[in-house]
Design a binder for this molecule. Structure first.
Ligand SMILES: CC(C)(COP(=O)(O)OP(=O)(O)OC[C@H]1O[C@@H](n2cnc3c(N)ncnc32)[C@H](O)[C@@H]1OP(=O)(O)O)[C@@H](O)C(=O)NCCC(=O)NCCS
Length: 226
């Protein structure tokens, strides 16, 4: 609908306490330093790992061909197999920068999603986060579980002061996952997102570490550190 303005849905429900969520991390290669970047993270049900080129086909098929995956971003980096290959190649190249993060999310050995953190601002010590879960796996808590592990890793282990995120107000799944993972709504920007023919309010979120915990250093258990 041309020029449609969609308004926020303000359902207020109690959020579960995820402070006890545990994950184990394994540094990749021999980095071993204090900023190992995209390491493997394990949660109860998920493996978060670095991308490999073989991810391109499932990302194209499960994400790039499904309009629901980019309804609220207008951005489809997996639209063709060639684009998916280019995007995965960029993810892999980004591992050279320890402040760029790109995880493939696996459940039962299958790629079900992605989590990325990018645009690190060294001065402010902030980074932006984004995630996607294939439609067939929506509503099982995967985004919440993956996000909770990544947020904790970024602020407690990687010592980044604040992780920021945004979503369209109508993207209820995204908003709920961000909130349930512990992010706090900081701002509503009226009609700030124009995606195709639709205009949405933009919701800004932030996750800050408990300063004491952040200063106490690494929380993730490193398995077999070299
Ligand atoms: C947003 C997204 C990552 C959520 O993934 P998910 O694994 O389904 O999220 P979770 O299962 O952790 O769900 C979190 C909450 O949102 C709810 N939810 C999920 N999808 C929903 C939807 N389409 N409509 C309404 N509620 C939804 C879940 O029920 C859950 O809430 P509850 O526990 O109160 O019931 C997924 O829908 C997606 O990839 N969308 C396309 C890409 C995108 O928009 N990414 C976000 C950009 S900011």
């Amino acid at each position: 609908m041309a020029g449609a303005t969609k308004s926020a849905l303000w359902d207020i429900r109690p959020l579960p306490d995820l402070r006890g969520v545990q994950c184990q991390g394994r540094p990749i290669e021999d980095e071993g330093g204090s900023m190992p970047g995209t390491i493997e993270l394990r949660t109860d049900r998920l493996l978060l790992r670095r991308h490999v080129m073989e991810d391109a086909a499932p990302l194209h098929e499960g994400f790039g061909l499904d309009e629901a995956m980019f309804e609220y971003s207008g951005w489809n980096p997996y639209a063709t197999l060639e684009m998916a290959e280019g995007t995965v190649a960029e993810y892999i190249a980004s591992y050279a920068d320890p402040r760029a993060y790109a995880w493939a999310v696996e459940h039962d050995g299958r790629l079900v999603g992605t989590v990325g953190a990018y645009d690190y601002d060294a001065e402010k010590s902030t980074i932006e986060i984004g995630m996607s879960i294939e439609k067939a796996s929506w509503g099982q808590g995967f985004a919440t579980e993956a996000l909770a592990a990544v947020l904790r890793y970024l602020v407690e282990d990687e010592q980044i002061a604040a992780v920021i995120a945004w979503c369209a107000a109508d993207n209820v799944g995204s908003r709920r996952a961000l909130e349930k993972a512990g992010m706090v709504l900081t701002q509503v920007e009226k009609d700030a997102l124009v995606i195709g023919d639709a205009t949405f309010d933009k919701l800004d979120f932030e996750y800050r570490a408990n300063e004491q915990k952040r200063r106490s250093g690494r929380q993730t258990v490193l398995v077999n550190p070299q």
